[in-house]
Design a binder for this molecule. Structure first.
Ligand code: OXD
Ligand code: MN
Length: 614
């Protein structure tokens, strides 16, 4: 082992506490050398990774990597939140005592990086100067150079972020050890992986993967699990799996900010990166702030609810990203962006990448094309002909600044005031295009009962959604009842409350299955109605589950839509809602100590639905 102190001296990393964290874990993991990373090292690290064959070139100055075959997604079963207090156990956080988990992780990690370089990544999950900066600093140690390349794109990286901490002990201590991927028993009874957030110690130890949220510890482990715990423990903020966008009305000069949560496969990234529909483009300009995480707090000066995206990049799902679904994402991964693609199909001869949905058909000339596992498409048997070329969870990693409509103020520390908080799942029935919820408790209740159709619908009960409270089910770090109370406290403290709403772009005609709403850029029309409702410019029509737009209030200029579809989109199916209220009751009953205002909201909505049924 090289002299760690000498490396740290050379890097300019001054904090004694950070140096101690590095020394301890470098010794325990048995790394052969240590290297401190700065964002400015990106070109050199790219060159090294290319030379080592860890990544391959994609034309236009982008890159490609493949992960191990059995390491292609987050594992929810192997993800644990550990603390000293058994009262921290919730329904979804997979809680275990730290005293049990810490030795287990140390045992797994001991000597597991031997012969490797341990990269030290000092990072900040916030804009420098943010009111939440004290919760945003972290140091990730990782034995994977590819993980470093991702972190440089996804977080603000450099020693300067750690050298001047107000409290030198206040940073997240994160360690990622890849392990011997071929011998970890992924998905078997003998699964060796552990992804643990020791939330009350602000320590994150992940062993046994080099993929996404399992390995880029600033993102989900710190940005969501640790931060939501910190937000609750401090009483100061919320950390949610939310997108965040801005809408400027060029006619009035007013700007609105909307954030919100969507369970996976419900169109969150596409909405976050949306543009105005062509017919409304002269009047409205949409700006992108973030597609995956928002931290929310009440501003000291004006008492409004503020939000910011703590990330510095986008780790987006490639599948179905194309000119129609998300043109801004395509630009963000185009030439000159230094995007890293993972597990898409790759052609080393032409240096192109492709994924399902990129074009209606895969490239017709298969010469040179390799699927995400590295197998030549040309070698496929007849039976394999229709297998996917890219993994369904294949990704692109690019920095925020590459998104063409990135908000001008995305990097400013003050955050943006929130006008509306929306929730939206993929549901073929029951949920109208949009229903607004002006009452805070009812809005929080709506977030807690957020759900989407289970993708394994055939095995479920007819019409039963898979509930995903606030889209935080896999990231919950403390009990749901306290989480609800914390939401009520934070939003309740805002002098100007945001309006809540539930949206659904996925209603279908049961007869022929067509989508009733065209979706994509047209979705902005629902959000425009919502901010108008908040401003008192329209009043909507009451329903048992919220306020719906009337036909006249919805901006329909330039939209072709069948009048029957529109009628269904702007109404609710009472019988389905009566069934839904029963499911919700059972869902909420799982949670201990759910605040009374949430139950009161549930009873109010249930009664209104029953009254409407007559
Ligand atoms: C996720 C992600 O897993 O954003 O939710 O990567
Ligand atoms: Mn996510």
């Amino acid at each position: 082992m090289v002299d760690v102190d000498e490396v740290l001296d050379r890097s300019g990393l001054k904090s004694a506490q950070v140096r101690e964290h590095v020394r301890y874990w470098a010794a325990l993991t048995g790394a052969a050398s240590v290297e401190v990373v700065d964002a400015a090292d990106d070109d050199r690290l790219i060159a090294e990774a290319l030379a080592a064959g860890e990544i391959a070139p994609v034309s236009g100055g982008c890159y490609y990597a493949r992960s191990y075959l059995k390491d292609t997604a987050r594992s929810e079963q192997r993800t644990i939140v550990a603390t000293a207090d058994p009262d921290d156990a919730g329904v979804y956080n997979n809680w275990r005592p730290s005293s049990h988990m810490r030795p287990l992780l140390e045992e797994r990690m001991r000597g597991a990086s031997s012969g490797k370089t341990m990269y030290v990544i000092p990072y900040l999950m916030a804009q420098p100067g943010s009111p939440l900066e004290e919760y945003a600093a972290g140091v990730e140690l990782t034995d994977s150079r590819t993980v470093v390349l991702h972190m440089i794109r996804m977080a603000r990286v450099g020693v300067a972020h750690l050298n001047n901490l107000a409290d030198p002990d206040k940073f997240v201590r994160a360690v990622h050890v890849t392990g011997d991927l071929e011998n970890l028993g992924q998905g078997t009874d003998d699964d060796q992986r552990y992804f643990v957030t020791f939330a009350d110690e602000r320590t994150i130890l992940h062993f046994g993967s080099s993929y996404g949220g399992n390995a880029l510890l600033g993102k989900i482990a710190h940005g969501l699990r640790q931060a939501s715990y910190d937000g609750w423990a401090s009483g100061k903020f919320l950390a949610e799996q939310f997108m965040l966008l801005g809408i400027t009305d060029k006619e009035t000069g007013r700007k609105y900010h909307v954030c919100g949560g969507f369970p996976s496969a419900s169109g969150k990234t596409n909405l976050a990166m949306t543009l105005a529909p062509d017919a409304l483009g002269d009047r409205y300009h949409v700006e992108f702030y973030g597609d995956d995480i928002a931290w929310l707090w009440v501003g000291q000066d004006d008492g409004r609810l503020y939000a910011m995206n703590p990330e510095f990049g986008v780790f987006g799902v490639a599948k179905d990203t194309n000119e129609a679904t998300n043109p801004t994402a395509l630009e963000a991964v185009g030439a000159g962006t230094k995007t890293l693609f993972t597990n898409v199909a790759y052609n080393p001869k032409t240096r192109e990448v492709w994924w399902e949905g990129r074009t209606p058909q895969p490239p017709s000339d298969v010469d040179g094309w390799l699927d995400w596992t590295g197998r030549a498409i040309a070698d496929r048997t007849e039976a394999e002909r229709f297998e996917a070329w890219a993994h369904p969870n294949s990704r692109f990693t690019t920095t925020l600044a590459n998104v063409p409509n990135i908000a001008r103020d995305f990097d400013e520390p003050r955050g943006v005031p929130i006008d509306a908080v929306i929730f939206g799942g993929r549901t073929r029935d029951r949920e109208p295009l949009i229903r607004a919820i002006p009452d805070v408790a009812e809005g929080v209740y709506d977030g807690l009962t957020l759900g989407a159709e289970a993708t394994f619908a055939a095995e479920g009960v007819d019409g039963q959604l898979r509930y995903d409270p606030m889209s935080m089910r896999p990231f919950m770090s403390y009990p749901e009842g306290r989480y609800a109370a914390h939401w009520l406290a934070i939003v309740g403290a805002a002098r100007e409350k945001p309006i809540f709403a539930h949206v659904n772009w996925f209603q279908r005609d049961p007869d022929d299955g067509h989508f009733r709403w065209p979706g994509y850029r047209e979705n902005l029309r629902a959000l425009l109605w919502l901010v108008r409702l908040k401003n008192g410019e329209v009043s909507g029509a009451p329903s048992p589950v919220g306020v719906l737009p009337t036909r006249d209030e919805l901006e329909l200029q330039g939209l072709e839509i069948d009048p029957t579809d529109l009628d269904v989109l702007l109404s609710i199916d009472i019988a389905r809602w009566q069934q839904e209220m029963g499911f919700r009751q059972a869902h909420l009953e799982q949670f201990a100590d759910l605040p009374e205002p949430i139950w009161a909201a549930h009873r109010r909505v249930a009664r209104a639905v029953d009254d409407a049924a007559g």
